[in-house]
Design a protein around this ligand. Structure first.
Ligand code: UDP
Length: 236
């Protein structure tokens, strides 16, 4: 699999379709596979957080979750095929494999994972969601036991960037399941608690601009974008 590196953080150069096919292969194997979704903010964080960088670089699948990554990759002459957003990949995995493989949703505030599960089952009635749990548990053991009791094949984890990658990296080897993926705040969106940017902004690559205007409190997080550009061009 071809990889493209951004300031020392690797991402895999595959389309959404290719990523889904790869997940299909993982589901046939018994060993656990970790799927991460690096974006410019995570790449900036990973400059100082070496543990996070190692986890991403050693993950089984790393999809580029940022249009700026695609643009930069073209300028640097190592073009990524397309942006593969975490939530798109998650929803496609659910659509394609969710009637055959058992799913567990972990993360977000209490009640949200259940609401997201309800919405998903409304859309895909054959979906096998075997368990949910919120992401504000104090004791890892409680979450691990719940997951183990439900015996899922696919575990989606949204505990916030950084924590979710470390949590999975630490526990995945003890969980007997083939696919685990980090999903950030996707359950907030799927449950309809939070609106995703309109499709046209995603198509035009200005979703970040839309989020800046609609969630101005995120401006600090968005400073990651110029930092990301500086880091990647400096490395050129
Ligand atoms: N979250 C959680 N447990 C925590 C901290 C955060 O479940 O201890 C959840 C939070 O409720 C939200 C998500 O993590 O749903 C936010 O993750 P991130 O900031 O990575 O999401 P993004 O908005 O970038 O998708």
């Amino acid at each position: 699999m071809e990889t493209v590196s951004f300031a020392g953080v690797k991402v895999d150069n595959l389309s959404l379709l290719e990523a889904i096919q790869r997940v299909g292969k993982y589901l046939q194997e018994s060993r656990p596979h970790l799927i991460v979704t690096p974006n410019p903010e995570i790449i900036v964080t990973a400059q100082k957080d070496h543990e996070l960088r190692e986890i991403i670089n050693n993950a089984d699948l790393r999809v580029p979750d940022g249009i700026s990554m695609v643009v930069v990759s073209r300028i640097l002459g190592r073009p990524l095929k397309e942006r593969v957003s975490g939530i798109d990949l998650m929803l496609k995995i659910i659509e394609k494999y969710g009637d055959k493989f058992k799913i567990f949703l972990l993360g977000s505030a209490p009640g949200i994972a259940d609401e997201a599960a309800d919405k998903l089952v409304q859309k895909y009635p054959a979906l096998k969601i075997v368990g949910t749990m919120h992401g504000f548990f104090g004791d890892d053991l409680e979450a691990l036991q719940k997951i183990e009791n439900c015996q899922p094949d696919i575990l989606f984890v949204g505990l916030g960037a950084g924590r979710q990658e470390k949590w999975l990296n630490h526990h995945l080897k003890n969980l007997n399941l083939p696919v685990a993926m980090v999903i950030g705040g996707s359950l907030d969106v799927i449950s309809d608690r939070k609106k995703r940017a309109p499709f046209w902004t995603q198509k035009m690559g200005v979703e970040w601009l839309y989020r800046l205007f609609t969630e101005p409190q995120r401006w600090k997080r968005q400073l990651a974008l110029p930092k990301f550009l500086w880091l990647t061009f400096r490395q050129r």
